[in-house]
Design a protein around this ligand. Structure first.
Ligand SMILES: [Zn+2]
Length: 261
């Protein structure tokens, strides 16, 4: 498994490249020109957008942002299936699956039209129960937007905000069984869950380092150990590196390789 680090800071994204690929939300990049950090992965930032009552990002703008920043991968704008987020967005699990598939088809068509490599578009499977995910996978296989091979990244949605490791592991196991040869990515994984899934997925990302840094601010104890940094550890390079090294130690099967396929 490869392990990527989430960040909303351009300065930290550049630093993260010293050891892994930075995972940056579209919401961070939306109103910027190039951040001059080639090869990042762009997440669609849909969770934050739906939570704030906004529409998910336009797939055309996502691709344009990926071109400007020369991103490695850009994910399809998806609809997550957690009950609270669906309540805000006012949609069902079925609608989430249908809309996410629609966006995938449209985004791929647009990419083909403008000559953007469709391998660089990260697909997303959504659901709440195991059956939902499998249904979504089958639908996307039928529509020919995914295949059971490593020719694109398939992100697993709606797993990062669950507090049940066992539940997450069961879902990922079922998805792996259905797509044994695909490149699977787990979104926003917590540190404790990582060792349980690192043999099941090809990659995972985490923003959890920031939680430690926010606690540092509250408790007055810097993550990096540098006197006076507690208020700034959220923007601190050492705090990110400490978290990354800790996570890597937890993973038995870790590939330190900046190439995706
Ligand atoms: Zn610090």
């Amino acid at each position: 498994m490869q392990f990527y680090i989430g960040t909303d800071s351009v300065k930290l994204a550049k630093f993260i490249f010293n050891f892994t690929i930075p995972f940056v939300s579209f919401n961070t990049l939306e109103y910027r020109k190039s951040i001059f950090c080639k090869g990042i992965i762009i997440d669609s930032g849909s969770f934050t957008r739906i939570k704030l009552g906004r529409e998910v990002a336009d797939y055309r703008r996502l691709i344009d942002t990926a071109i400007i920043n020369d991103a490695r991968i850009v994910f399809v704008p998806d609809y997550m299936c957690e009950t609270n987020i669906r309540a805000i967005g006012g949609y069902s699990v079925e609608t989430a699956i249908r809309r996410t598939t629609r966006n995938t088809i449209d985004m791929l068509k647009y990419a083909e039209k403008i000559g953007f490599d469709t391998k660089r578009i990260g697909r997303v499977v959504q659901g709440w129960n195991v059956e939902d995910y499998i249904r979504h996978i089958d639908l996307m296989l039928k529509k020919k937007v995914i295949e059971d091979k490593k020719d694109c990244v398939i992100g697993i949605g709606s797993v990062c905000r669950r507090n049940a490791t066992l539940n997450i592991v069961n879902i990922i196991k079922a998805i792996r069984k259905r797509l044994p040869n695909a490149y699977l990515h787990a979104f926003g994984v917590k540190g404790d869950t990582l060792p349980y899934i690192n043999r099941l997925v090809d990659s995972a990302d985490s923003f959890a380092w920031a939680i430690g840094s926010w606690h540092a601010k509250r408790d007055g104890r810097p993550v990096c150990g540098r006197f006076g940094c507690e208020k700034n550890c959220v923007h601190c390079e050492e705090a990110v590196k400490i978290f990354y090294d800790k996570m890597i130690k937890k993973c038995k099967y870790f590939i330190s390789n900046l190439e995706i396929f």
